[in-house]
Every structure is written in C-alpha cells, then in structure tokens.
Design a protein around this ligand. Sequence first.
Ligand code: NAD
Length: 358
Amino acid sequence: LNNQIVIKSRQGDYKVDFVSNVSELSSLSVSNETFVVADALVYELYSAQLGKLTDLPTYLVDANEETKTIEGVSNLVDWLLKNKATRSANIIALGGGVIQDLVTFTAHIYYRGVSWTFLPTTLLSQSDSCIGAKCGINVLPLKNQLGVLHSPSHVVICSAFLETLPSIEIDSGYGEIYKLSLTGSGEFFQLLEKEVSDNGHKNSQILELTRLSLIAKQEIIEEDEYESDLRRVLNYGHSFGHALEALTHNQVPHGIAVMWGIDIINFLGEKWGISNPEIVTRVKLLIENTVDFQIEEMPSASDFVRMLGRDKKVENGLMNFAVMHEIGDIRIHSKALDEDLVLLVQEYLDGKPLFTTS
Ligand SMILES: NC(=O)c1ccc[n+]([C@@H]2O[C@H](COP(=O)([O-])OP(=O)(O)OC[C@H]3O[C@@H](n4cnc5c(N)ncnc54)[C@H](O)[C@@H]3O)[C@@H](O)[C@H]2O)c1
C-alpha cells in the first residue's frame, strides 16, 4: 500500500497520508498557533487516543446541518478571535463532511485565509470529500448555497475511525466509492465488486478502496480543479440523487441517494443506447446485494423531472447528465426535460427500482 498521495492544487500541493492507529495522529507537528475544531461525538470517543492534540485549544460542535451555516461560521470566528488566533494559525479539523465544510469556509475567510489540516472520520470524507478543496455552507432550508475553494495543507486518513461509524454512514459512504470506481480504472471496479460481494461493506480492503477512490478523484480534479467539463463526470449519479434527497426532505442519506441516482441514470443510459447493459446489471446487483435500505415513499416521475429542472446543470432547458458508457468512460449528454423523459422515469419506477419493498 502506498502510504501517501500528493494532490496538485493551484493553492499549493498537499499530502494525503494514511495511518493505521488513531494514536499516530498525536505525532502531527503543532505550534502554539494550532487550534482543533472537532465533532463533539468523535472527540468523546477518541480523545483518550489523541495524546498531545488534546492539550491544544479545542472547539467542539455537533455534526448537523445547522453547524455549517453562517451562524455556525460566525460562532467559530468568535471563538478563534477570543483565543487570539492570528494569520499564522493552523486549524486541525477532526470529523466528517460537516466539520470539513465549517472549517474550510472559516479558514478561507479568517484574516483572508489560514491553513487547515483535515483528519476525516467518516467514510464519505475519507474516500471522497477530503480532496478537492470545495465546501458548501447552508442557508437553511437550502443546502450548500454558499461556498469557497480552500485546499487543506495536509490530510491524514485513519480508517480505524470507521470502527465506530454507524452502518448507515458506512453504506452511505459507499455511494461515492461506487461512483469513483466507475469513473476510474477497470481494476478498481473489479476489486470493489469482488470485495463487496464476498464480504459486504465492512470488509478488510476498505482502506485500499478508499485509496483507489481518492486516486480516481485525483485524476479528475488535478486536470480540472475548478469545475468545468471534465469535473462534471463527478456528478455521475448526483442529478437524480439530489432530486431524491430534496423530494424526500433529506430522509435518504446522501450516498444512498447517489447509488439510487447511479441506478436510474444507468437504466436511462441503457434506454438511450449509451450504457453497456452488462455493466448496468452488474452495478445494480452489487448495490442491491449490499445495501439494506428502504425508501418510504417514492416520489412520482413528474416530480423527479420537475425537480431536475431546478438543478444548476440545466442549460437552455436541457439537462447535462453524466452517463456511463463503459467502466471508466463517463460522458456528458444533454437531454430535454420533457414528457419522453417522464415516461422513461415512469418505466424505471414501474420496474423494480433499488430500495423499494415490492
Ligand atoms: N465539501 C465537500 O466536498 C463535501 C462533499 C460531500 C458532502 N459534503 C457535506 O458533508 C456532510 C456529510 O458529511 P459526512 O457524511 O462525512 O458525515 P457527518 O459529518 O454529517 O457525520 C455523520 C454522523 O456521523 C458521526 N460521526 C462522524 N465520524 C464518526 C466516527 N468515526 N464514529 C462515530 N460517529 C461518527 C457524526 O457525529 C454524525 O452524527 C453534508 O453536510 C454534505 O453536504 C461535503
């Protein structure tokens, strides 16, 4: 296993290191300008193993969507000012995507930018969001309306954190892993397929799957860091996924919604004559056999298409869908949000869509 990946970024290259034990994190270099911002739950579970990191000034917050709002940022800024953090401060963020978004935004605006180090503790943040520099802050009830790009200076991944992560969060983390395995190399998908069908989501290769996910994302973001055409393939599974999240008022966890979004766009891709039917079936079986989730009430086909119309990827009435041709070959196709699409979505829903009971 290669224990380090270096991500090239316009804001400065940064290292992603992999360690086995939480106690190894205590050897991170710190100064009297280092501050910790941590998920309160994670801190409670792991502070005994964090050694000298627990001597640093520490701000604890709950990982919920209210935390990553302007008010949440403002509270953290007040705390940093009270603790006399200057422009040379470094913030260590310990937690999942919520803590990441809060810290990225705050670090970007505090004295026009201070450095931050990320210790991701969820599968989603370890295998996907920890690289790429993006963040999203909520203006509730709307999610991720405000954002900045601010790369971390260092990321350290310790998969031992996953031992306490609830199963639903593990399943959800796999949403982005499935996506990245299909944008990546064929070997990555094969390893994922074998491991997950033999041993389920909590398998011994999870660290390797995380590493391969980051390498697949790295290839895309290094070529197209700031969202133009290439980076759009990272939206694979997300158009319908976001629509499902919005229509169910976020009752479906993000990664589960992405899996569902992958399945329906694969179905449509096959109908459009784009997606390889054999891969479509393999991906569906894999998800079906490993995720135990039920969607309480499925929105209607016309609700879905109406919701897609509010997506920021709509241009001149056409939606830019990321569609899989083959493993490792995802391309953007513009499609009208019209009655034909409603009928195809209806056909999918009338079949046996993922995560439904009957
Ligand atoms: N910036 C990005 O690129 C990006 C990408 C995707 C998602 N996000 C955002 O990330 C957020 C979701 O983040 P997430 O899925 O990483 O989870 P999270 O931060 O919302 O945490 C999920 C739950 O798991 C708990 N938890 C975290 N680590 C744990 C551990 N090791 N053991 C036990 N419990 C633990 C948290 O306390 C929380 O209850 C959303 O707000 C989403 O918008 C950001």
